[in-house]
Design a protein around this ligand. Structure first.
Ligand SMILES: [Zn+2]
Length: 161
């Protein structure tokens, strides 16, 4: 089932998503730590030194990231398969990356691409593209990157900080 949202509703959901990102970032930032030197070294050349120094990471041990509190509203509009944040390997909240397990280099690399996207786009625009990606087909796909279709296509310019 495809659900269409009118432009005003897309704007509203994008704004709520941006608020969710900001709230979660502030919640996890106090416990987050810098990227270990060994992984900074592994990522050097792909991301700017400033980005690698600024980003903070957190591995959750006995808690899961909470879903946005506007999910019930979206479900009321007909969205049946919203991406469960608790089921994601990790989530990037601007420059704070929160994971449900240890950071492999592959996982960290993927999330650092999002950090760079946030840097270039800002939280409001990042949230809007995420929501638009989801609405343009993410809900019809079973893979967790369905909601990232628009973001994955975003041409990032690495090292331009
Ligand atoms: Zn991603």
């Amino acid at each position: 089932m495809t659900v269409q949202l009118d432009p005003a509703r897309v704007t509203q959901v994008s704004s709520l998503t941006a608020q969710y990102i900001l709230t979660q970032q502030q919640k996890y930032l106090p416990r987050a730590v810098p990227v270990p030197l060994s992984q900074k070294t592994a990522m050097a050349g792909f991301f700017s030194p400033q980005l690698l120094d600024r980003v903070r990471i957190l591995v959750l041990r006995s808690e899961r990231i909470a879903d946005p509190d506007f999910y019930p509203m979206l479900q009321g509009l007909g969205f049946k398969s919203l991406p469960a944040q608790s089921g994601m390997a990790a989530i990037t909240l601007c420059d704070v990356v929160v994971s449900h397990g240890a950071f492999s280099n592959g996982l960290l690399f993927h999330e650092l691409v999002h950090v760079e996207q946030y840097r270039q786009l800002g939280i409001p625009r990042f949230a809007e593209l995420y929501v638009r990606g989801f609405l343009s087909g993410g809900q019809l796909r079973s893979n967790s990157f369905g909601s990232e279709r628009v973001l994955i296509g975003w041409p990032i310019r690495v090292g331009s900080e």
